[in-house]
Design a protein around this ligand. Structure first.
Ligand code: SF4
Length: 301
């Protein structure tokens, strides 16, 4: 790792590299999301897939990415090469911790295949589907073009574009994992979770998806069912949207925008001053931050 701290001509490049790196936890989450989207894409296009073969392809891909990260090629070309933060910062992660990631991914695929969402998906076609991993009805992006062929999995491009809606002139971006109509005409919106906690996630993200569904899909609030399904823990958290939930979400979005604007030195020009953003004082927190090399180089010497 190059030890570049503070400011200087190379700092921008370093910050870009740090931004592109994956922590092992976000890597796991990305693989799980892509695996589910890939499985759904197969199912919705009426293709059959050997699930055991697919799981093997997923593990192979993880191994290839892990090895690619070890080569350090991302250092010169972070845009096109996979890199892990843990390798970059030479963190000591034992083999068992890496193997647990693989186990989490396989367990998540198994949970998903055993879930009622998979059963429901069997009754749907691609045309029924309102959203699949950011691929929203009417949009053009990669998931539409992925052929149902296991080789595609190996070179899966990550993340289709997010879509947006507007609240008082402010664009709010969403990337919905899966949404479909229920038999009674209502809509189910699902967000896959992959963490190790069984706790109910913060409802804000789901409520924002509910807001999107009510605005863009023109659906009455009480006909929007929201689910955060933790596939890693096989734990679904459900909530039903309503007018009050929409009002509160709107308020939350606008307050959040206002709070961010308050931090600007010049609101109209969208200009901030660095001095208005003091560094986190707790070094223990910073020891896990991807930007510590540039922001607090003394922690990585
Ligand atoms: S968390 Fe710490 S290291 Fe990371 S950007 Fe903030 S102050 Fe810097």
């Amino acid at each position: 790792m190059g030890r570049l701290g503070g400011r200087g001509p190379g700092a921008e490049k370093t910050i870009y590299r740090l931004k592109k790196l994956n922590s092992r936890h976000t890597w796991k989450g990305t693989i799980i999301h892509e695996a589910i989207a890939f499985l759904l894409k197969f199912l919705l296009t009426n293709e059959t897939l050997d699930i055991e073969e697919f799981k093997k392809a997923v593990v192979d891909k993880m191994r290839e990415q892990y090895k690619a990260s070890l080569t350090g090629e991302y250092q010169a070309n972070p845009k096109n090469n996979f890199g892990l933060l843990e390798h970059y910062y030479e963190e000591e992660i034992d083999d068992e911790a890496w193997q647990l990631l693989r186990d989490d991914v396989i367990r998540s695929i198994d949970s998903f295949i055993g879930s009622k969402f998979w059963e429901k998906a069997k009754t749907l076609s691609m045309d029924d589907c309102l959203a699949l991993e950011g691929d929203l009805r009417g949009s053009e992006n990669i998931w539409k073009n992925i052929s149902p062929d296991l080789n595609t999995w190996k070179n899966l491009p990550s993340g289709p574009a997010a879509d947006n809606f507007t609240v008082d002139g402010v664009k709010v971006w969403v990337k919905i994992d899966f949404a479909y109509p229920e038999d009674d005409g209502s809509i189910r919106v699902i967000d896959w979770k992959s963490g190790n906690s069984k706790n109910e996630p913060d409802p804000t993200q789901l409520n924002i998806y509910g807001y999107y569904a009510s605005e863009v899909w023109d659906t009455p609030e009480d006909k929007i069912h929201l689910t955060a399904y933790n596939v890693n823990q096989d734990e679904p958290h459900k909530r039903t949207f309503n007018k009050e939930g929409k009002r509160q979400t709107r308020e939350k979005i606008l307050n959040s925008v206002e709070n961010m604007k308050e931090m600007l030195a010049e609101k109209d020009a969208n200009q901030a001053e660095e001095e208005d953003f003091p560094k986190e004082e707790n070094d223990n927190f910073c020891r896990h931050c991807r930007y510590r090399q540039v922001c607090k180089p003394e922690l990585v010497e």
